[in-house]
Design a protein around this ligand. Structure first.
Ligand code: G1P
Length: 275
């Protein structure tokens, strides 16, 4: 039912300099697969077929990754290494990839609005590739897509975090509908220490209804002077319904060096060695 998945991928990844000086942070590999490919796999598993990528300067290798490399194909064709390309070949065959450039870095809300030309007027998913989510049975996007089918409104994935970490995230408050689902009543982007409305942090998986675009257009800059999706979603929650979903699965913050290393170790032991 949800066909399109938007990947804001224009950021600089300064925390990983110098690695990210000329390589997009989304191309940093967790073991042998770039971060963004994990996100694309998750979207495909959720039945999505259109990957809409918001890029910026110096991100050509993202486009090359999701395209055929004839020279390489020719070189390894018929050799024992050929099987190593199977996964990415399947990804390329299973989805369409479209790209748009974000010219200015004006926040996540602005990045999502930039993707409007690719998404159009339909509900869509958003994946922040920095947040690597692993669930061997059903990926987080598939869980959220199933909820969308039932509720037909925007949904954010949330996770409990320690109180001294809420300032790094968008944080929600809500009324419980079930054990793992809430109706959002408040939402604050990176609240100051001690002021968070709860310990439920938004992680980088969203399903958004397309009216969010007009709302973002009318959202003034918020935290850090940037246009925040969190502020737009609070607006949407006030006039309609936004749900927060405590997903099933593990999540690694690969935007931080520690999280990146943790994800690498986890994927090496639990995925790579069993493949
Ligand atoms: C963004 C969002 C924030 C969310 C986070 C999840 O922040 O603005 O609400 O909690 O992603 O990773 P960023 O990490 O890009 O600063």
């Amino acid at each position: 039912m949800i066909k399109k998945c938007l990947f804001p991928a224009a950021g600089y990844g300064t925390r990983f300099l110098p690695a990210t000086k000329s390589m997009p942070k989304e191309m940093m590999p967790i073991v042998n697969k770039p971060l963004i490919e994990y996100g694309v796999d998750e979207a495909i598993q959720a039945g999505m077929t259109d990957m809409c990528i918001v890029t910026g300067r110096g991100k050509h290798s993202l486009m090359d990754h999701f395209d055929k490399n004839y020279e390489l194909e020719h070189q390894i064709s018929g050799t024992s290494k050929e099987a190593l390309l199977n996964d990415i070949r399947d990804v390329i065959d299973s989805a369409n990839f479209t790209y748009i450039r974000q010219h200015e870095m004006k926040g996540l809300g602005h990045a999502i609005l930039t993707g409007r030309a690719l998404v159009g007027d339909e509900p869509f998913a958003v994946v922040l590739a920095d947040d690597l989510c692993i669930n061997k049975e059903q990926g987080v996007l598939a869980q959220m897509a199933a909820l969308y089918k039932q509720f037909r409104c925007s949904i954010v994935a949330v996770e409990e975090v320690p109180a001294d970490e809420t300032h790094k995230y968008g944080v929600i408050a809500g009324e419980a509908l079930t054990d793992n689902l809430m109706r959002v009543t408040d939402m604050v982007e990176k609240p100051e220490q001690g002021t968070a409305p709860s310990n439920l942090a938004i992680i980088g998986r969203y399903i958004l209804t397309p009216d969010i675009f007009d709302i973002i257009e009318n959202t003034p800059p918020g935290k850090g002077g940037e246009i925040q999706i969190t502020d737009a979603l609070l607006q949407q929650a006030k006039s309609g319904c936004v749900l927060a979903y405590k997903f099933d699965g593990k999540r690694f913050d690969c935007g931080s060096v520690e999280g990146f290393i943790e994800a690498t170790n986890y994927c090496f032991e639990n995925i790579y060695q069993h493949s």
